[in-house]
Design a protein around this ligand. Sequence first.
Ligand SMILES: C[S@@+](CC[C@H](N)C(=O)[O-])C[C@H]1O[C@@H](n2cnc3c(N)ncnc32)[C@H](O)[C@@H]1O
Length: 460
Amino acid sequence: MNTSSYEEVIASRAFREDLEDLNLAIADGLKRAGEPVAINGNVCYGHLQQDFHLGDLVPGMEPKRRALHLLAQDSSCFVEVGVAGGHAALLALHSNPALKFIGIDLGQRLKASWPPVDIYVPIVFKWLEDRFPGRVKLYMSDAIEGLRQAAAEQPFGPIDLVHLDALKKTRSAEVEAIWPGLAGQCYLLQGDNKNGHVQASSEKMITEGRARRVTAWQFQDIQSTNYDVLTIGPDIVTGNVSLESLMGQRILLCVCHQDDETLFCGSTLSRLKGKADVTVASFFRPAPNRRDTNTREAAMQRVCDAVGARRIQFPFAVENDHRRLRRFIKMPSQPVENPPEVLRPLGRHPLFGLLSGSAFALMQQVKPSTIITHNNVGEYGHIEHVLLHHAVLQAARRYQDANVLSFGVGLADADLVVPSWPEQKNRLFDEYMPQWKGRNLYDFALSDEGFVKQDLSDDD
Ligand SMILES: C[S@@+](CC[C@H](N)C(=O)[O-])C[C@H]1O[C@@H](n2cnc3c(N)ncnc32)[C@H](O)[C@@H]1O
């Protein structure tokens, strides 16, 4: 994948030369037809801006240009309704040299007040085909018809980025038309988002469970009323989890101890770096008698820095106070065969309310769409992991707005398996060295990482 920054792409000679060449082709065509040199508003220029081809990129659309750049780099097949001057297409194709583009435009001047799309859209189609052979497929067609055709033909395989930027009242129908061609997860860039019909279509899709708003931190600083970014696709409807589905999400990882984030989730955190907004909270302080009591929190901070995550440490619990806990949870000798038995209501344990209450407060503050935590067997049979599992699930039931995944260690099946990334994970383990021997102690330390969806309707 190309990782050129937005600034690099915009300043690159290749982009500048293409932009100039495309603009000149449009301007020449319009002049020859006796029309003023002005086109529809787009990611580079204003609506009906006279002699746009002589002006700079408009600053007001910079947030949307940046969003498109990020989305293009994270996608492989981009469909756009409303190609107009091809400016969004050009920026996306330059942002990611592996990206394929499907463009749909009616190319008809339905109202006299419209710019002469009938003149310049065919010029733009030809220019894109000549400049990017094999990377573009263009349909001179009405939005719905073109989307249906693109979904049926899928000239470049499943679609994972859609930009709707023409009509404002038919967005839900447009999403429906392209739906059969979508990858499991697909970004939806909603253009003209100041429009009430466009906003209502997003809210409707979210309410229907067909879409989720993208909350990743990369988009937080470039928010603009001009656009909105959602994730749509079959995986959103079925609740399927994949590594891709976690990208763009706000994730809260709730662990007992410093190092649990690395042991159970280190490869996953490394793969999500820069692609999701991750907060890691540890609920227990290190026991006072450890060789690494005073270094663990700093080590965890370095791990969080390395994976681009925020770190929270709660102050009130200290590990190893197990005597009382064993009166509440009976750990089996064979963890996989017999899950731990809850002997009396956990709410009566003096720590449980604090753990659950602080987890809930953190959820309200962070507003995660996915929560990851320990499982009901405590992974390799750790009683505090079991306690936190129940506390976080109770909090997630009150919070309601997130999917919950537990770690897969100790469980037979996983809903999501993230391939191990041993070099990265070893680097994270190294932060806890030399006192810590976990890498050799736990046979799963460098294995693939599994996660299991938690059913929040169960009152466990
Ligand atoms: C705002 S411009 C698109 C700008 C472009 N997405 C960009 O950012 O560079 C809108 C385009 O939508 C096209 N359009 C209008 N009605 C349409 C329809 N029913 N189906 C397909 N395209 C349509 C117009 O021809 C025009 O070129």
